[in-house]
Design a protein around this ligand. Structure first.
Ligand code: FES
Length: 179
């Protein structure tokens, strides 16, 4: 299996399966994605906050784009989006001007539906060029628990966000150049 050392980059490939750190690990402990890329097969660890959603929605054969960094000779993902069709645009690389979308995934926000907000953001970004302009980050408490789910886009904070609001929020911050 190929190992490529790099930091802060976007990888693209076909998702093959979930794997564990060691062979024979029980399915719920498989925290890595095996992905077929142009550099060969890579095994990429996914963070805790993405695992449940990926296990539920990601199927073998899907095309995935991952924001990754290297930790020694291991890859770790900070974000994963996917689609059933191969991405038509050339593979983008991160730019310094990316806007960060932060979604609180802690206690109160989580109870108030932040996971659905997170999924709505992923769904809105999938297959759009926008995915190259933003980084989506699940964060800890943003100190506005009673007004959760809390989302920050760049420096602007939004409270009581529901999944239905997500397309409008993204359109406000990232207007479609063709409209
Ligand atoms: S739990 Fe989300 S802001 Fe505190």
């Amino acid at each position: 299996m190929a190992h490529v050392k790099s930091a802060g980059r976007i990888l693209e490939g076909r998702f093959l399966e979930f794997v564990g750190k060691h062979p024979g690990v029980e399915p719920h402990k498989r925290h890595h994605l095996r992905v077929e890329t142009e550099q060969g097969e890579l095994v990429i660890k996914v963070p805790k906050y993405l695992r449940a959603g990926l296990r539920q929605d990601l199927a073998p054969g899907a095309w995935v784009r991952l924001a990754v960094y290297s930790d020694g000779d291991h890859f770790k993902a900070t974000d994963v989006v996917w689609t059933q069709e191969r991405y038509p645009q050339p593979l983008p690389q991160p730019s310094r001007s990316r806007t960060c979308i932060q979604v609180c995934q802690k206690g109160t926000c989580s109870k108030r539906g932040s996971r659905l907000v997170w999924q709505a953001i992923q769904a809105s970004l999938a297959g759009r060029p926008l995915v190259d302009q933003v980084t989506v980050e699940a964060t800890g408490c943003l100190k506005a628990c009673k007004a959760g789910p809390n989302v920050r886009i760049g420096r602007v904070a939004y409270h009581d966000v529901c999944p239905e609001q997500v397309p409008q929020l993204l359109a406000q911050h990232f207007p479609d150049p063709e409209s």
